[in-house]
Design a protein around this ligand. Structure first.
Ligand code: 5GP
Length: 197
């Protein structure tokens, strides 16, 4: 599970991570927000309306969900479970409230936060995006980033994404995933199988 404030570059890092290996699969979330230019239904998100989203919550089809900037975002349960059963590394890109719900429900999930190296870099990235947003929106994004980083201690790993360091960030994430596979707690039946006739 990967979180990171707007400006952390997590989208770019995750995209590159997906390109490195077939073992990673990106969990496509559902959202009630409108698609941005170039975004595709079923690829970036499942774009659905509020009534549809609420009925999916009511029928327990969401692993987690949260409201972010006035819209619902949530992880469809079935796809995640199917991919986990197939032995894939499922990547959830979600904000902190949803991440906390996953940690509660799936204590085995690995929680990783991607951050810029420092606040000045974050601010420079948000201002330099050229998406023509107002000072108020930038300030709101910076406040949200502070809020998200205040949850860092609840995460298991931090990956710092410096400017032009996407490959390094991807390498760090792969290192985390590899190390996690070797946790003794993930090999509980090893000795049982080892001594089996
Ligand atoms: P954006 O609208 O920029 O694509 O995403 C806004 C925020 O929602 C980001 O922090 C993103 O990680 C988060 N997000 C995307 N999908 C989900 C989801 O399924 N659940 C939760 N809780 N957050 C999500």
């Amino acid at each position: 599970m990967i979180s990171g404030p707007s400006g952390s570059g997590k989208g770019t890092v995750i995209k590159r991570l997906m390109e490195t290996s077939d073992s990673f699969v990106y969990s496509v979330s559902a959202t009630t927000r409108a698609p941005r230019v170039g975004e595709k239904h079923g690829v970036n998100y499942y774009f659905i309306d509020k009534a549809d989203f609420e009925s999916r919550i009511a029928s327990d089809m969401m692993l987690e969900h949260a409201e972010y900037c006035g819209n619902y975002y949530g992880t469809p349960k079935k796809e995640v479970n199917d991919n986990l059963a197939a032995g894939r590394n499922v990547i959830l890109e979600i904000e902190v409230a949803g991440a906390m719900q996953i940690k509660e429900k799936c204590p085995d999930a690995v929680m990783l936060m991607i951050t810029p190296p420092d606040f000045a870099t974050l601010e420079a990235r948000l201002r330099g995006r050229g998406d023509n947003v107002s000072e108020e929106v930038i300030r709101k994004r910076l406040e949200t980033a502070k809020f998200e980083l205040s949850h860092l201690s609840k995460y298991d790993y931090i990956v710092v994404n410096g400017d032009n360091m996407v490959d390094e960030a991807v390498r760090d994430i792969i290192g985390v995933v590899e190390a996690e596979k070797h946790r003794v707690t993930r090999a509980e039946d090893f000795t049982k199988k080892f001594f089996a006739e």
